[in-house]
Design a binder for this molecule. Structure first.
Ligand code: GDP
Ligand code: GDP
Ligand code: MG
Length: 320
């Protein structure tokens, strides 16, 4: 049984709603590019290029997609709007599949090592704390022993915010209050997870700008300290990116992946943006898998990223 059945969630409906704006944007613009035409011409491809770039697919990935489509258009001379939509869907799906395993990330796999330590990083306001709350809920519901660590000690109310999520999800929180040394909190969290034989622990961190070197170094310290308690901890470093910030998210992703070994991405706020194309560009350019997507503000609004389901939701149900 898949996790969504276990959770009793209607996965497809949520995903459909989550990418509604992106889908309407993409298909709407595609329709307009075709007004008064009965086949794809050079001008349509130019417009398609603009559409992809303004959907935040990114220049590099857009060019790859356009090149693939040009090849096909050159082969099959007569291509209608619905053909183009179908080809675009196929090429985007192919590109996503090439960027890694085509299966959704195995979320409830047996962890190689217990406790499995996950550190969550990113700039301010992208949705780190919220995503941790949702993850705690997801893993708890799947029967895992979850623990949270409040290593964002920098901002007032950051600890309280995580505390509220820990209560909602019904999982314990390790904290030392505001202004505590984040590395010390991380150390405590991992020690506690180890002594209580927790399955998984999520460690929240303060938002930091990727261009502030000292703060980026602080992440290195937090990470090292965890490794002293449990071998190879943190086992995962998840970078959270706000999908609605488009190319800015792409830059953050490049900067963070340069200094920390990011093992996966959480793309939040897909529900609030028409620029869901970022999902395609980011997986293609960074070769770091998108593991989860945020499609709303409530506790159930986090999904394990499923490439195939994403393409289906983006283009509407396939009729072929
Ligand atoms: P942090 O600073 O990275 O820890 O960000 P927070 O977790 O505090 O989230 C910042 C804001 O983004 C909050 O108002 C959240 O409710 C909101 N948020 C987070 N994830 C999502 C999402 O997937 N969709 C929407 N619509 N809002 C989200
Ligand atoms: P400013 O543009 O340098 O004024 O940046 P801020 O107002 O964000 O932060 C002021 C100072 O607080 C910075 O020089 C940092 O040393 C420190 N600081 C900011 N954010 C963080 C954080 O997330 N963690 C920690 N430990 N220190 C921070
Ligand atoms: Mg936070």
């Amino acid at each position: 049984m898949g996790i969504f059945e276990k959770l009793g969630l209607k996965k497809e409906e949520k995903l459909d709603k989550g990418v509604e704006k992106s889908r309407d944007g993409l298909l709407g613009k595609l329709g307009k590019a075709f007004v008064g035409k009965d086949k794809v011409d050079a001008a349509t491809l130019d417009e398609l290029e603009d559409i992809l770039i303004t959907s935040d697919v990114g220049v590099k990935t857009t060019i790859e997609i356009i090149n693939r489509i040009e090849d096909r258009v050159a082969r099959d001379k007569f291509i209608t709007q619905s053909d183009l939509q179908k080809i675009l869907r196929e090429e985007i799906a192919a590109l996503l599949m090439e960027s890694g395993d085509d299966r959704p990330v195995e979320f409830d796999a047996e962890f190689k090592q217990k406790p499995h330590i996950v550190m969550v990083v990113g700039v301010n306001g992208v949705g780190k704390t919220t995503s941790i709350g949702k993850l705690a809920y997801m893993y708890k519901k799947a029967g895992k022993d979850v623990m949270l660590g409040a290593a964002d000690t920098f901002r007032a109310a950051a600890v309280e915010q995580l505390e509220i999520w820990s209560e909602r999800a019904g999982v314990p929180l390790i904290q030392q209050g505001q202004n505590a040394d984040p590395a010390a909190v991380a150390y405590d969290t991992v020690s506690s997870a180890k002594s209580k034989s927790a399955d998984i622990a999520f460690v929240d961190t303060a938002g930091r700008l990727h261009n502030k070197k000292s703060l980026m170094n602080e992440l290195g310290k937090i990470k090292r300290v965890m490794g002293k308690v449990v071998d190879d901890a943190p086992h995962e470093i998840l970078l959270v990116l706000d999908a609605s910030t488009g190319q800015n998210a792409m830059q953050q992703a490049r900067a963070f992946t340069d200094v920390v070994d990011v093992t996966g991405l959480i793309l939040t706020k897909l529900d609030g943006t028409a620029k869901g194309g970022i999902v395609i560009g980011i997986s293609n350019e960074l070769k770091v898998p998108v593991k989860y997507i945020g499609v709303g503000e409530s506790i159930e609004d986090l999904q394990v990223f499923d490439k195939k389901a994403f393409v289906d939701a983006l283009f509407g149900k396939s009729h072929t």
